[in-house]
Ligand binder design. Structure first.
Ligand code: 6GU
Length: 228
């Protein structure tokens, strides 16, 4: 899989891709992430990428031309399955969307800034608009890193224990059950006895019951939602 991320502040995303699982996924050749500096496609001697909005009002709008030229250059090299725009007024990102996107070959992620991009890009170029939650960030960069992480870890071979992504919170509309490791007792705090019993069918049943209990308590909305 290939992810091209377009941003006016691409260095904001250096670190998330340079460590741990996302770094290893790239080293293994399972994904390549390319950060593009929109200012390199800016217009005129000041490399302008934004301008005042028609009709007046505070805040700059990202111009069509730099973004369109960059996307057209990328599209000469390969076909893109999705051109995603990160914006607080997009559709709420969830595990189902992450699962779908992890199956794509090439995607572009465009990070919004200021007042966002000229609506004509959204009407004619963007294929999907994503928000990561009901709050406003300074720009789409951190959100793009979040979405990329959620996608990349689902690509087969990225996680060491390949089955483990299947047991994540949300994969079956349930939150994950609690987990414990050694020692079996510390400060008088004991691990639930069932987990050290060796009775695996009973352990599985306990985990399912706990997952359901926790989901009912914290996220009852998940139990009513569409399944993945
Ligand atoms: Cl994708 N961008 C910005 N700027 N704020 C957000 C967001 C995205 N998702 C939630 N808040």
């Amino acid at each position: 899989m290939r992810i091209d991320i377009i941003s006016a502040q691409p260095r904001l995303m250096d670190s998330p891709f340079e460590h741990s699982i996302l770094k290893r996924a790239q080293e293994k050749g399972l994904v390549s992430v390319h950060l593009h500096d929109l200012k390199e496609y800016g217009i005129g001697k000041h490399n302008q990428i934004d301008d005042y909005q028609f009709g007046g009002g505070a805040g700059m709008v990202m111009m069509v031309e730099p973004i369109l030229n960059l996307i057209q250059d990328l599209s000469k090299e390969r076909n893109y399955d999705e051109i995603i725009y990160m914006t607080p007024d997009g559709a709420l990102f969830d595990q189902k969307t992450a699962n779908n996107l992890s199956l794509k070959e090439n995607i572009i992620i465009l990070c919004g800034h200021y007042k966002g991009v000229d609506q004509r890009l959204r009407d004619h170029v963007i294929t999907k608009e994503i928000s990561i939650g009901s709050y406003v960030l300074s720009g789409g960069e951190l959100a793009a890193a979040v979405v990329s992480d959620a996608i990349i870890r689902l690509i087969p071979g990225v996680l060491n224990d390949e089955s483990s992504a299947l047991y994540d919170s949300f994969q079956d509309n349930l939150l994950a059950p609690p987990v414990y490791t050694r020692p079996a007792e510390i400060n008088g705090w004991k691990v639930p006895e069932i987990l050290t019993s060796g009775n695996f069918p009973k352990i599985e049943a306990w985990r399912e019951a706990k997952a359901l209990e926790i989901t009912k308590e914290r996220r009852p909305d998940l139990l009513e939602g569409d399944s993945l």
